[in-house]
Ligand binder design. Sequence first.
Ligand SMILES: [Zn+2]
Length: 210
Amino acid sequence: MNSPFSATLRFKVSELASYASCDRCIQRFWRDGEDLAAADHRGKRTRTRYRANRAFAGLSSLDVSAQLPLGTFQSAALRLSTEPFTLGSYPEPVVVSGELPVPLKLATGGFALIRPSTATRSEFSSLFVARQLHAYALLAEDPKNVQRGVHPIAQLWVAWCRRSGDSVHVQLCERIARDDDWFLSDLTRITDLIGTAANAPPSVHCTRCT
Ligand SMILES: [Zn+2]
């Protein structure tokens, strides 16, 4: 395999959301080392999402939305990374890192991860969110992070929010079905694209490379 990597391949969860829905962008960012951030116009949305996430800390889930399961949001967001692991036939170890959303400690046991999103709800944005939530669950449950106490992850949710001025309102909370096999095959697809010399076509959704 013609891989440019001589060491561990590192995925930030935010980058998985930004680039991993376009095969060409995956190669440009991780394989070819191009800085695609200048083309990313979603910075304001990301800042809003982080504000919304932190605003949940210490609240009851009922204070955020009656659609969420009963529980209490913990007070801290955690920056975590996994132990290096192997993925498919990729020749180098893989590490995922990122900042977990403020976890919701469920009254029924375990935790829920709820990702606020100010994107317009669509099949495409739902895929983004599902990929991120699965990456967060992987982080929380990695053996390296078990002592942080956010496990097991029993539920994954997205809170679709609307921004008005400086405030963010939760419009709809939607549970995302957990499917770790899907997520790991998605990550394997990404490492396969990084590990090949052939250029992939861009996604029809992509606004960066088209
Ligand atoms: Zn692209």
